[in-house]
Design a protein around this ligand. Structure first.
Ligand code: SF4
Length: 435
């Protein structure tokens, strides 16, 4: 093993959050997470990433729940050369800790959505800059994240540690671990974020996430000494619209129908291209960029919802692009039963997997009507793909176990199921009868 890579491999045991400077080993090679500010992906950059994925990786990307693009299957001997290429493109952070802490999700339609209360993009840029600059904040745990929701047509609704949600063009609600802690003026968002992160580091003890600290101590000590946060705002009085897609515990057809396909956006339109299981092949990324650019789109935007948006289109061009992308295999129809399925990479990509989860999900999808329930197919009891109760199939040594409404680690109601038994279970549930 190359010595410089050994710490990355060792880190697997500690719950690593991969980056371009700290790639993570998986069953199909190393994963490079590319954190794109505001989820903006230019057509040129999309083509570059597609080419790099073919040359250095196995040609596959995943879109993460934090709207990051993850290049998969990079061989250990190619890591340094790929990093060098990313550095030359200006896409590499100064160090791995700064990269890891730059974990900010913004509204995917920012700058295009006339119904938004504010444009989140400059706030995201400023917050990323602050997190990179303030070395004391590099002690934040892996996966600690921020989100800035400018409001509008697609509420961000991301479950993360510190969330700012626009309440007016000059004012945002502050949520800590999902609990409203107060409000902050737009120009003070950076000061509030820094104060909250510092207070979290002081108070966290063994906790790694804000929700755990809030549960233990409440929000009051976390906003102490941060005068820019006006406390007193209540959950019930804040506008906290839901996208209906957070946590993916439900297959919300109504929510998907606002994101996928051709959608009006101000005087123009955007197209949402859904990705099966969040997976995107390099060729599909290249085709998406080419087809969107040819129809006048301005750029691509990554979302936390397993979909990529092509923004800045004329309405007719959006209809045309949606039809073309459907032909290329993107998920465009909100009623597509495959959208109800969540499956981790499974075998052979993950060494812990006891089954090919995604092939199984595709085999089961035709037997499921999109009734709002989500089906989770997990390669083992860790259940990485979904941390919310669902109808869950878990691969075991001998066949699959069924958890009717729970997590992958919960006690199953049946074991040793083969494909036919799982199909019958879904048909029974689709018809409203018990398994
Ligand atoms: S749930 Fe298990 S099999 Fe699936 S990705 Fe996680 S560790 Fe691997």
């Amino acid at each position: 093993m190359i010595e410089s890579v050994r710490p990355m491999v060792e880190s697997l045991r500690k719950g690593w959050c991969p980056g371009a400077l700290a790639p993570m080993l998986s069953g199909d090679g190393f994963i490079f997470r590319l954190r794109l500010t505001n989820g903006v992906l230019s057509f040129e950059r999309a083509r570059i990433f597609a080419e790099l994925a073919g040359r250095f990786g196995n040609g596959a990307f995943d879109l993460s729940a934090r709207a990051n693009l993850q290049m998969r299957g990079v061989a250990v001997v190619k890591i340094e050369a790929l990093q060098e290429e990313l550095r030359e493109l200006g896409l590499l952070d100064d160090d791995a800790r700064a990269e890891a802490v730059r974990n900010v999700v913004g509204s995917p339609l920012a700058g295009f959505d006339a119904s938004a209360l504010l444009d989140a993009r400059p706030l995201v840029v400023a917050l990323e800059s602050l997190l990179t600059r303030e070395k004391a904040l590099h002690d934040l745990p892996p996966k600690f994240g921020f989100a800035i929701d400018g409001g509008g047509a697609l509420p961000l609704d991301v479950a993360t540690d510190i969330v700012f949600v626009a309440q007016a063009p000059d004012r945002l609600a502050v949520l800590l671990g999902g609990v409203v802690a107060g409000e902050v003026a737009r120009e003070n968002l950076g000061a509030a974020a820094e104060g909250l992160a510092r207070n979290f580091l002081t108070l966290r003890g063994e906790d790694r996430r804000m929700a755990a600290v809030v549960k233990r101590l409440g929000v009051a000590p976390l906003i102490e000494n941060i005068p820019v946060i006006a406390s007193g705002a209540k959950q019930s009085t804040c506008q906290l619209a839901s996208s209906g897609l957070r946590g993916s515990a439900h297959n919300d057809v109504a929510a998907h129908s606002k994101i996928l396909g051709a959608q009006p956006c101000g005087a123009g339109a955007f197209v949402g291209a859904g990705l099966l299981f969040g997976r995107l092949e390099a060729g599909a990324l290249e085709a998406l960029a080419q087809e969107a650019e040819a129809r006048g789109a301005i750029e691509l935007r990554l979302t936390p919802w397993r979909a990529i948006l092509a923004v800045g289109l004329a309405p007719d061009a959006a209809q045309d692009l949606a039809a073309r992308l459907a032909g290329l295999g993107f998920l465009i129809d909100a009623r597509d039963s495959r959208l109800a399925f969540t499956a981790c990479p499974g075998a052979p990509a993950c060494p812990s997997a006891r089954g090919d989860t995604r092939a199984l999900a595709l085999a089961l999808a035709p037997f499921w009507s999109a009734d709002g329930r989500r089906i989770h197919v997990s390669g083992c009891i860790k259940g990485c793909a979904l941390h919310a109760p669902a109808l869950t199939f878990v691969a075991e040594q001998d066949g699959y176990a069924l958890v009717e409404n729970g997590l992958a680690r919960d006690e199953p109601s049946a074991r040793g199921l083969d494909l036919a038994a799982m199909r019958n279970a879904l048909i029974s549930l689709s018809e409203g009868t018990r398994v």
